[in-house]
Design a protein around this ligand. Structure first.
Ligand code: SF4
Ligand code: SF4
Length: 153
């Protein structure tokens, strides 16, 4: 069964993007108060993962790269890849190509906030993997996606 997030808390990360966290993830993050934390350019760069995404049905997907700028991976209780998901997934609609933005372009590297605390690459709800694969060909919602790089601690 996939993770459930009955008690969600909204927050804004260092890049200004809005996200939603649940339960203890939210508590820990809010306790750390990221809005107060100064993130240097070098620290931000160190948290960037090389991302490849196979979810062609997502509006942000452009040639297996993600154009969102940063993503949120869910799966607070995940013990395997199938229990994680890309919560930033947004289904591509008929007649639309993808989200085109003058400021955000598809990028090889991306900042990933991640709830999957049982993953060895997760530190303080950030992903520190060098490379991340998101899978979910034909997904209709985020539950059809997963982080294939998840590795249990
Ligand atoms: S599924 Fe996630 S990683 Fe893939 S393109 Fe969409 S937002 Fe980006
Ligand atoms: S590799 Fe682990 S920490 Fe990184 S996004 Fe995937 S599940 Fe989260």
């Amino acid at each position: 069964m996939r993770h459930t997030n009955p008690d969600r808390t909204a927050y804004t990360n260092a890049t200004g993007a809005a996200h939603v966290l649940s339960g203890s993830a939210a508590s820990a993050l809010l306790a750390a108060d990221p809005r107060e934390r100064k993130v240097t350019a070098a620290q931000k760069e160190a948290n960037m993962a090389d991302l490849k995404c196979a979810v062609e049905n997502c509006s942000y997907n452009e040639q297996h790269l993600c154009s969102k700028g940063d993503i949120m991976v869910g799966g607070q209780k995940a013990c395997c890849c199938g229990e994680t998901c890309c919560e930033s997934f947004t289904q591509r609609r008929e007649g639309t190509d993808s989200f085109k933005s003058s400021v955000v372009h598809p990028s090889k590297t991306i900042s990933i906030d991640c709830e999957a605390v049982k993953c060895m690459y997760n530190s303080n709800y950030k992903c520190h993997a060098d490379h991340v694969d998101i899978k979910g060909c034909g997904a209709c919602d985020c539950r059809g996606t997963e982080c294939a790089t998840f590795t249990e601690k």
